[in-house]
Every structure is written in C-alpha cells, then in structure tokens.
Write a protein that binds this ligand. Structure first.
Ligand SMILES: Nc1ncnc2c1ncn2[C@@H]1O[C@H](COP(=O)(O)OP(=O)(O)OP(=O)(O)O)[C@@H](O)[C@H]1O
Ligand SMILES: [Mg+2]
Length: 242
C-alpha cells in the first residue's frame, strides 16, 4: 500500500531521513515513535509529499508519487493527514469543514457531500456540533472533526502526526477511541504518537526512529517488552518512567 525505497532527505547539512526502506501493507497500523527531532514528522510529510525528498521512491498503491502538479494532487488526496493542531477553517462551520474537500476537489454535489459529512461526524461522535464554528468546540471535538474531514476524501491511508499531544488529558481518549475504531475497521494508518497504550492495543507494528533512521521495526509487544537497541531502551525508560 505504501512503499518507501532508499528515501533520503536533508535539511541543509542535516540528514533527516537516512536510507528509509519501508513496506506498509493494506490495513496495517504502524506506530512511529522516537525522540524529538528524529524525523517522524518528516517521514509522514514525505509520504504525501508535503515535503520533497532528495532521492528514493515513495509509492502509494504501487504508483510512485510524482514530484508535483495535478497527478500529485490526485495521489495526495488518497492520503488523509491529521496533525497536532487541528487546522480547521475557523470561518466555516464544522459540517462545511468536512464538505470542503469533497465539493472543491472531488466535485461531489453539495447535498451529497452534506449527508456524507453528517454521517462521518456521527461516526466520530460530534454530529450534534455540525452547525457550530470550530472555536465553539473543545480540542477533542475539533480533532475528531479533523479526522472526519480527512475521511471525507475516502483516503486509502491515514497519517496521524501526534494527534493528541495538543489536547487536555481528559480529551485524549475520545480521539484515541475514534482512531482505534478506524484501525479495527481496516484502515491503513501511520501514527506518530507517544500514547503507549494505543500503540500496544491498536498497533500492528512499531517503528522506532532516531537520527533519521528506522532503528527498530517490530511488533508492539516485542518492542515494549524487549527493545533491541540501547537508544530505544533509553527512550522507553524516559517516557515510561513517569
Ligand atoms: N523545514 C525545516 N527546515 C530545517 N530543518 C527542519 C525542518 N523541519 C524539520 N527540521 C529538522 O529536521 C529534524 C527532524 O524533524 P522532525 O520534525 O521530522 O522531527 P520529529 O521526530 O517529528 O520531532 P518532534 O518529536 O519534535 O515532532 C529536526 O532536527 C528538525 O529540527
Ligand atoms: Mg514531529
């Protein structure tokens, strides 16, 4: 479903993605963890070409991502992305936020886009907020709207970059529950998160990154019980230690 072959990326002299080789089959839920600055966000952004790479191949569903232009826009629409900051349009209502992609990019008629948007808002538990503006919603609700908005494009893959780290603690679970349901429903997902409970229960695979490299690539149970590298042991000690 997603394949990265010999991907390299620099920011100036900084080598932020080193020799990334990765095959993610359909339906797999991949958790990406690692210290700050290890390249997790850059990896996500490389997957949908928000960030150009220096060399290598990123392919979605067997099709290499073109560098730019219409073909890129079309393929990028197959990849839904949810960020730490919810990035909803503040001057549009919740339901309009969810309708925007389908009506503008996919040319779906408004009535159809509207009913689908309500369905998705129902699925993430915020249908009652449909006609409010984002500012009237809690962080957890806004993030669930952001997930519904990404799903509205019928993505083949969903990327989540620390989707709960800007949330108040009591709102984290409501977002993780939506993500868990998506995972159980068979969505292919790449999730950068330090939520270890979610990683264990919903993840099929953990990638541990450090210094732009994938140092470990294993099942969650194995990773948490028995990390293979000193870097991962050190990292887990820090995040599980408090
Ligand atoms: N646009 C940019 N220009 C220059 N350097 C950048 C840019 N974006 C990221 N970097 C650098 O690239 C490295 C990897 O950044 P990245 O954001 O991918 O890390 P991360 O693992 O997501 O970290 P965090 O856990 O803090 O989100 C860091 O050293 C960062 O400072
Ligand atoms: Mg990051």
């Amino acid at each position: 479903m997603i394949s990265l072959t010999d991907v390299q990326k620099h920011f100036g002299k900084l080598h932020v993605l080193r020799d990334i080789n990765l095959e993610i089959p359909r339906g797999q839920v991949v958790i990406v963890i690692g210290p700050s600055g290890s390249g997790k966000s850059t990896l996500c952004r490389a997957i949908n070409r928000l960030e150009p790479i220096d060399s290598g191949i990123v392919a979605i569903d067997g099709k290499p991502l073109p560098a730019e232009g219409k073909a890129l826009a079309a393929l990028r629409a197959d990849v839904g992305m949810v960020f730490q900051s919810f990035n909803l349009f503040s001057h549009k209502t919740v339901v309009e936020n969810v309708m925007l992609g389908p009506t503008k990019v996919r040319k779906v008629p408004r009535a159809k886009a509207h009913s689908r948007a309500l369905e998705l808002l129902e699925r993430v538990g915020v249908a009652s907020q449909a006609d409010k503006y984002p500012a009237a919603l809690s962080g957890g609700q806004q993030q669930r709207v952001a997930i519904a908005r990404a799903l509205a494009m019928d993505p083949k893959v969903m990327l989540f970059d620390e989707p709960t780290s800007a949330l108040d603690p009591e709102m984290v679970n409501e977002v993780l529950d939506v993500m868990t349901a998506l995972a159980k429903g068979g969505m292919t997902m790449v999730v950068v998160t330090h939520e270890m409970g979610f990683a264990r229960h919903a993840g099929d695979r953990v990638l541990f990154m450090a210094d732009g490299q994938i140092l470990e690539d294993t099942e969650p149970a194995t990773f948490f019980a028995n990390p293979a590298t000193e870097r991962a042991r050190d990292f887990l000690g820090k995040i599980l230690g408090h």
